[in-house]
Design a binder for this molecule. Structure first.
Ligand code: NAD
Ligand code: UDP
Ligand code: UDP
Length: 315
């Protein structure tokens, strides 16, 4: 019999890839989304599959379903969108997690939380290991996301400790690929869209801050391995440890798109972390996972996606 799997945030960037992969692996998928940052375009290729269902629902409200596994991805991931409605962002992370955990508790099923490198804040150790507690501002403009995700982790671990729930907490580092929205506001989508349009590339600050970029297919492999590895009740970093400055990322995208764009420097947003790079030894040893896609091939696939998307919008 097929497993029936709930993906909250299933119409978003990562969620849509996860839904597709789970269907390809012969599961039944319930895609729950309130379509705040997600879109029907991301899942349009799946809707003719009779084992795929869309549920329009805001996860801050309870929901009663019968499923075998849950991936909890619901939450806007782009700073632009999570900062637009910060109270809703905290509610999604906290009340949303409580509802998802209540559902998992009632059904006694495994539940994976899409946590984030943001729980490390502006890190003082480098690269970041899972035992680092983080350096996070609790009253800044990123706090609704960072502290919301930290509280969600607390809830996941307390549902495990107090009630024995089978939880999986994946700390995702910056991931990119097709199905990011054109207006998403995150670095890769912004730079590729600007480069393809030969517009100025908007570098925030001096562009010397670093990020480590993981291609989406690799991340989804990590999710599925984590979900299907029993008794692993520790947080695990998932990301690609190849670290680049924002300027290096901009230059690589300009080169790959053969763009005439030039760099334009803008103010650095408040609390923007200076460095970010995952230590993935835990994922290596406990999940036998490591990213396989190099930056050039991942970016080329993403550039092709945005090229098509921009052409379709223009026609
Ligand atoms: P995304 O914004 O594309 O997707 C989030 C999805 O959640 C969207 O479809 C949105 O409509 C939906 N959503 C938001 N609030 C909701 C609510 N209250 N109820 C139901 N649905 C809701 O972002 P993404 O990049 O796909 O990220 C997915 C998850 O992974 C998020 O939880 C994010 O925090 C986490 N994450 C992503 C990254 C990354 O680099 N992509 C890094 C760290 C963590
Ligand atoms: N919940 C839900 N679906 C379920 C089971 C629970 O949405 O199938 C919600 C429920 O509304 C509750 C939350 O999850 O507010 C937490 O559930 P839990 O059983 O842990 O707490 P309690 O109901 O005892 O407050
Ligand atoms: N950034 C930038 N220009 C942009 C978008 C982002 O220089 O148009 C920078 C941003 O300041 C941050 C990094 O790129 O230092 C990654 O930003 P993103 O919003 O993608 O994710 P974050 O890791 O900050 O959550």
């Amino acid at each position: 019999m097929k497993n029936r799997i709930l993906v909250t945030g299933g119409a978003g960037f990562l969620g849509s890839h996860l839904c597709k992969r789970l269907l390809d692996e012969n599961n039944e998928v319930l895609c729950l989304d309130n379509f705040y940052t997600g879109s029907k375009d991301n899942i349009i290729g799946l809707i003719n599959n009779p084992y795929f269902e869309i549920i329009r629902h805001d996860i801050t409200f309870p929901i009663y379903l019968e499923v075998d596994q849950i991936y909890n991805l619901a939450c806007p991931a782009s700073p632009v969108f999570y900062q637009k409605y910060p109270i809703q962002t905290t509610k999604t992370n906290v009340s949303g997690s409580i509802n998802v955990l209540g559902l998992a508790k009632r059904l006694n099923i495994p539940v994976l939380q899409a946590s984030t490198s943001e729980i490390y804040g502006d890190p003082t150790i480098h690269p970041q290991t899972e035992d680092y507690w983080g350096n996070v501002n609790c009253i800044g403009i990123r706090s609704c996301y960072d502290e919301g995700k930290r509280c969600a982790e607390t809830l996941f671990f307390d549902y495990h400790r107090e009630l024995g729930l089978d939880i999986k907490v994946a700390r995702i580092f910056n991931t990119y690929g097709p199905n990011m929205a054109i207006n998403d506001g995150r670095v890769i989508s912004n730079f590729i869209v600007q480069a393809l349009n030969n517009e100025n590339i908007t570098i925030y600050g001096e562009g010397v801050q670093t990020r480590s970029l993981c291609y989406v297919d690799d991340l989804i492999d990590g999710f599925i391995k984590f979900m299907n590895t029993p008794d692993l009740h520790v947080p695990i970093n998932l990301g690609n440890p190849v670290e680049m400055t924002i300027i290096e990322i901009a230059e690589l995208i300009i080169k790959l798109t053969h763009s005439k764009s030039i760099l334009s420097f803008m103010p650095l947003p408040q609390d923007d972390p200076l460095q970010r790079c995952p230590d993935i030894s835990k994922a290596n040893t406990l999940l036998n996972w490591a990213p396989k896609t190099d930056q050039k091939s991942g970016l080329e696939k993403t550039i092709d996606y945005f090229k098509n998307k921009l052409q379709n919008e223009a026609s």
